[in-house]
Ligand binder design. Sequence first.
Ligand SMILES: *[C@@H]1O[C@H](CO)[C@@H](O)[C@H](O)[C@H]1NC(C)=O
Ligand SMILES: *[C@@H]1O[C@H](CO)[C@@H](O)[C@H](O)[C@H]1NC(C)=O
Ligand SMILES: *[C@@H]1O[C@H](CO)[C@@H](O)[C@H](O)[C@H]1NC(C)=O
Ligand SMILES: *[C@@H]1O[C@H](CO)[C@@H](O)[C@H](O)[C@H]1NC(C)=O
Length: 250
Amino acid sequence: MSNSLSELVLSIIAVLFYGIAFANSESADISEYPYHVSVEYNNSHSCSGALITELWVVTVASCVHRNGATNLTVRFATTIASTGGEQLEVRSVIVHPDFDSISYDYDIALLKLRVPLQFGDGKLPIVLPSSEYEIADETAANVTGWIIDTQGNPASQLTVVSTPTVNQTVCKSSLPAFKDLLDSMLCAGHMNADAEVCQGDLGAPLVHEEILVGILSYGLGCTVPTFPAVYTRIDSFVTWIFDHTGTIIY
Ligand SMILES: *[C@@H]1O[C@H](CO)[C@@H](O)[C@H](O)[C@H]1NC(C)=O
Ligand SMILES: *[C@@H]1O[C@H](CO)[C@@H](O)[C@H](O)[C@H]1NC(C)=O
Ligand SMILES: *[C@@H]1O[C@H](CO)[C@@H](O)[C@H](O)[C@H]1NC(C)=O
Ligand SMILES: *[C@@H]1O[C@H](CO)[C@@H](O)[C@H](O)[C@H]1NC(C)=O
């Protein structure tokens, strides 16, 4: 029992710090997922995020809550992490006021760029859902992320995985008891043992038909095959997002 518990904890740590993806994933090109961005500290990839306006990026609080804006940059329009594309500095970090760094409840943050991004090839915003948006269970969505292998070596190429959403009740019963599953969280992943389980790195955007449905907040790693990954549900936070960014006109 304590062995398997510590294995779980280690797996959580592994996916939190590395974010791994294997089976069912394919190499992706940024031109197809131009909203996908890399959030960097000290010029190296730290987690993923999504571009929502020329000035704002959404990512998970768990990635950015410790450090503030110092030495934080966002890299756009690159398929390869930590190189190429366009790098812009972050002016400010807004962490959701209810974010809990232990439970990862309310795991969302906004990054405001120092200067506006010029949209172009490989750098375009993603549409936010309305606050009434609800994605049905068992609906395919694309998650993009930068994978790192079990040795911790960054696989620098962007990856995409098609992953189905999971019924909230079914998901709750498959998660370990210590993990909260709030209404503002969404599960996605295959529930059978040999399918994909590790879907991207923290902040990896989950997109269904050009709408940003979630950002990856929590996963149990590739060695625990029957747990879906937990995303922050964007529709639960659009009002909060608009309070900071102003209403977004598409
Ligand atoms: C950035 O670099 C500084 C100095 O090398 C280090 O103290 C700090 O922890 C680094 N920050 C991150 C998030 O890696
Ligand atoms: C920011 O980067 C500089 C230069 O690499 C480093 O000396 C400094 O410690 C970093 N500061 C933080 C807060 O990471
Ligand atoms: C999905 O969840 C709802 C409650 O959220 C439940 O009533 C329903 O039976 C579930 N469906 C399946 C297939 O488990
Ligand atoms: C996933 O991405 C592919 C390639 O861009 C696209 O054809 C497909 O429609 C996307 N799937 C969903 C559910 O959005």
